[in-house]
Write a protein that binds this ligand. Structure first.
Ligand SMILES: C[C@@H]1N[C@@H](C(=O)NCc2ccccc2)[C@H](O)[C@@H]1O
Length: 448
């Protein structure tokens, strides 16, 4: 292995209680809320179809002009308690909030910046209100933090001169100050999800990324940090030059998921995916007709797919400038919540089952049970299940407790019957299993 000063601090998954809670939570929500919600993808009468939170970039708006949007920041419909109730009804166990996105506007009254809620007509500490409201509903709060900051004169995309070096050193100190401020003002925060860390300037300062992780862990024992923050001695990101995951969980699955057959390597580490409802809108965009918007069923399948491969899924919401949510997002939260209410036991605290993927859907695993989440019921009315060597299925029950027949069809192969009255949408069959069963079987492999 290559000796590294700023590579992975640990091999393998974290096994402490805080990481177990992160993992067992499984389903989270993202909140992308900032000045970008005001223009909602439109600038000077022109609609841009790129990500709305990047509008400053698409429309080439100078920072001082963009930040004047602060004069209009006054979300009169904002009610943190209403947001927290919506999250609880959706069945999310944690919410990741954009404390500061690339634009540099802070949802908390940072004393290190003039671009914060304190300098807007709203004045109050939005982040503080949200942390309290979510925590009061038993929901963990995670902080999204963009290192890249378009409002700060010392930010650099690359380090090409001594001047760049001096300016960027000031910028990293500013960033440290904001991170310490967030960790001390909001000590119930459970995770920092770093973004905007892909530029050469960060890759050339791998030391700082290791320092930032350690600084937060010293301030908040148990806090989790995403892999996207980290760059090693050679600028390698997420995984160091020896191929070891840095940070506590892999965070590269943004608007994409690992293949359930070809990418089983991801089950070796913790990971968290995040997704948008349109093809690529995190912040509020006024025109969602510009790209395909996923249905609740398509969102649900992504949630189950992630958990079936030992990952978390974070579903994004981009609140309106007035502090209310658009109809599509309220309906999504409601639909997912209804399903989680009935079938959440196959998600919360569940992990990769290690069984061969079948066309009818996904497996998750918890304790002595394996869950079958059926998305594609077969014409045969039998769900084919292949168990690992030495594993037998003892019983199969649908969520309402009714048993369905299980017929052994070959060595480690079974037909699990579809319930007589197949539920309307995706449903769950719970399998009671027995492992490490050694029995001479009656099957004989063909001679070919
Ligand atoms: C979680 C997402 N990551 C941020 C991001 O910059 N992603 C890369 C990207 C680059 C260009 C256009 C859209 C997205 C997006 O703005 C979201 O915050």
């Amino acid at each position: 292995e290559i000796p590294l000063k700023y590579g992975a601090n640990r091999l393998g998954k974290r096994s402490d209680a805080a990481m177990k809670k992160f993992r067992d939570n499984r389903l989270g929500a993202f909140i992308h809320w900032g000045l970008y919600a005001i223009p909602g993808g439109e600038w000077n009468g022109k609609m841009y179809n790129g990500a709305a939170e990047w509008l400053k970039s698409w429309a080439k708006v100078p920072a001082d002009e963009w930040l004047r949007l602060m004069d209009q920041w006054n979300p009169e419909k904002f009610n943190a308690k209403v947001w927290a109730k919506m999250a609880r009804k959706m069945g999310v166990k944690y919410v990741k909030i954009t404390t500061k996105h690339h634009e540099g506007f802070c949802l908390w009254p940072s004393k290190y910046s003039n671009y914060t809620v304190a300098q807007t007509p709203y004045k109050k500490d939005i982040l503080g209100e949200l942390v309290k409201a979510y925590n009061d509903e038993g929901i963990d709060v995670h902080f999204y933090f963009s290192v890249m900051d378009w409002s700060h004169p010392d930010y650099r995309y690359d380090i090409k001169s001594k001047d760049d070096e001096v300016a960027f050193a000031r910028f990293l100190e500013f960033t440290d100050n904001q991170l310490k401020e967030l960790a001390t003002r909001y000590p119930t925060v459970k995770d920092f999800w770093f973004d905007g860390t892909w530029d050469a300037s960060i890759k050339k300062n791998g030391w700082w990324t290791a320092h930032a992780e350690q600084m937060l862990k010293d301030l908040l024992p148990g806090v989790t940090i995403n892999s996207r923050l980290r760059a090693d001695d050679y600028g390698k990101r997420h995984f160091d030059s020896n191929g070891h995951l840095m940070g506590d969980y892999e965070s590269g699955y943004e608007r994409r998921l690992p293949d359930p057959v070809k990418d089983l390597k991801v089950t070796r580490w913790d990971w968290e995916a995040c997704m948008t409802l349109p093809e690529n809108q995190w912040g509020y965009h006024k025109d969602w007709s510009l790209s395909y918007v996923k249905t609740p069923l398509e969102v649900l399948e992504r949630i189950v797919h992630a958990v079936s491969m030992g990952g978390n899924m974070v579903v994004n919401f981009g609140p309106q400038a007035d502090g209310d949510f658009r109809r599509e997002e309220k309906e999504m939260a409601d639909a997912i919540g209804k399903w989680m209410q009935q079938y959440g036991e196959c998600i919360y605290g569940c992990d990769y089952a290690g069984w061969d993927k079948q066309p009818w859907g996904y497996y998750t695993h918890k304790g002595k049970e394996v869950y079958m989440i059926v998305f594609n019921p077969p014409y045969s009315k039998h769900l084919v299940v292949k168990t690992p060597k030495g594993t037998k299925i003892l019983k199969a029950t649908v969520t309402n407790g009714k048993e369905v027949a299980v017929t052994e069809t070959a060595r480690n192969e079974y037909n699990v019957d579809m319930p007589a009255k197949a539920p309307e949408g995706p449903f769950v069959i719970k399998l009671q299993i027995e492992e490490n069963v050694s029995s001479a079987d009656k099957y004989r492999d063909a001679l070919t």
